[in-house]
Design a protein around this ligand. Structure first.
Ligand SMILES: *Cc1c(COP(=O)(O)O)cnc(C)c1O
Length: 347
């Protein structure tokens, strides 16, 4: 094996989705598969979840939506969060993010997006006032849901969570009645106020912890194993990698593996974390370079060239790697590059 092997457990994705369905009952649960299913493959993920009964999918871009539509047939809703020009994608459902969007898509369908505290996309307070005063633009559309997006759902005690739920409920009460869509992954763990007709989890499906600081209730989905290309014995005092960023304190065996920042192994992880081989942890030493990363395997004498080092898996998940690199598990997964062999374990 010359390149890394990325294993995605579709059974675990489906079990995670079912777990969220139980939590959100009687509301339905969609699947957010934007950014190629958070880097894991939107098409296989959508196919597995569709087979399991998921009937609503969200992507960010219309091209992502077209690929999902091709994969799952005509029936499920495929909603495009960033929207698209009227008539451009008849098989997809646009999220309508402004009053202008509502008017432009007259005669078509869509989801109505209200901004309740994100200040990003969606109708703002003044547009809501205008729509409440004159809901005519709504009558000209087949609106499937009214939705809003939580800004701080991963911080359960944040004051904005309750405020957004209240603003959303108040706004919906001022408009013609529609099914509602509120919670993302973390929102599903905030309580009854956040149950709606359709939750929109993404990260939790892929095994990211939706309740940071507490034990992860989701099943691990991803495993990344990368091959050792070369083993090298260096004396005490020798340095490893760019910038001579690490100095051996003792005679050391270095394993160089086919993994780098071009594969999404963030450079901010230089000198941090570990790989697992023969059931033992080998510390990552030196800088992460574009295509190569180095591990200290001195204490794992059985290590051989051609063997693989597990760098993402049960011992070190995307959240753990993200914490080391000063980011979030979402970014670790969506950064995973195109150079791995991908293996999908069937649902
Ligand atoms: C990305 C996104 C989601 C999913 O969020 P997670 O935190 O991954 O569950 C839901 N709704 C909207 C509008 C999004 O942009």
């Amino acid at each position: 094996m010359e390149q890394g092997l990325l294993t995605v457990d579709l059974g675990a994705v489906v079990r995670n989705w079912r777990r969220l369905c139980e939590r959100h009952a009687p509301g339905a649960v969609a699947a957010v598969v934007k950014a190629d299913g958070y880097g894991l493959g939107a098409v296989p993920v959508a196919q597995a979840l569709h087979a399991a009964g998921c009937a609503h999918f969200f992507v960010a871009h219309p091209a992502e939506g077209e690929a999902v539509r091709d994969a799952i047939g005509p029936l499920p809703m495929v909603a495009v969060l960033n929207g698209f020009a009227p008539g451009a994608h008849p098989r997809l459902t646009p999220v309508l993010n402004s009053l202008d969007d509502l008017r432009a898509h007259a005669g078509g369908e869509g989801l109505l997006h209200l901004d309740t505290g994100m200040s990003r996309l969606g109708l703002d307070a003044s547009e809501l006032d205008a729509l409440a005063a004159d809901p005519t633009p709504m009558a000209a559309l087949r609106l499937r849901y009214v939705m809003t997006h939580l800004a701080c759902a991963d911080e359960a005690s944040h004051i904005l969570n309750g405020l957004q739920a209240e603003r959303f409920a108040t706004a919906c009460a001022r408009l013609p009645t529609l099914p509602r869509s509120l919670a993302n992954s973390s929102g599903l763990f905030l309580g009854a106020q956040f149950v709606s007709d359709l939750a929109r989890p993404g990260c939790a499906l892929y095994g990211i912890n939706p309740i940071p600081g507490q034990p992860n209730p989701m099943e691990a989905v991803v495993r990344l194993e990368v091959p050792i290309l070369q083993l090298r014995d260096i004396p005490a005092g020798a340095t490893v990698g760019y910038g001579a960023g690490w100095t051996a304190a003792r005679p050391t065996r270095i394993a160089t593996v086919a993994l780098g920042y071009a594969d999404g192994w963030l450079r901010a992880q230089s000198g941090q974390g570990f790989g697992v081989l023969h059931g033992q942890r080998a510390p990552l030493v030196g800088r992460v370079s574009m295509d190569l990363t180095t591990y200290d395997v001195t204490d794992i004498p059985a290590a051989q060239v051609g063997e693989t080092v597990e760098v993402l898996g049960p011992a070190q998940d995307a959240d753990a790697v993200a914490a080391l690199a000063g980011t979030i598990g979402y970014e670790v997964l969506t950064s995973l590059g195109a150079r791995y062999t991908r293996r999908y374990l069937p649902a």
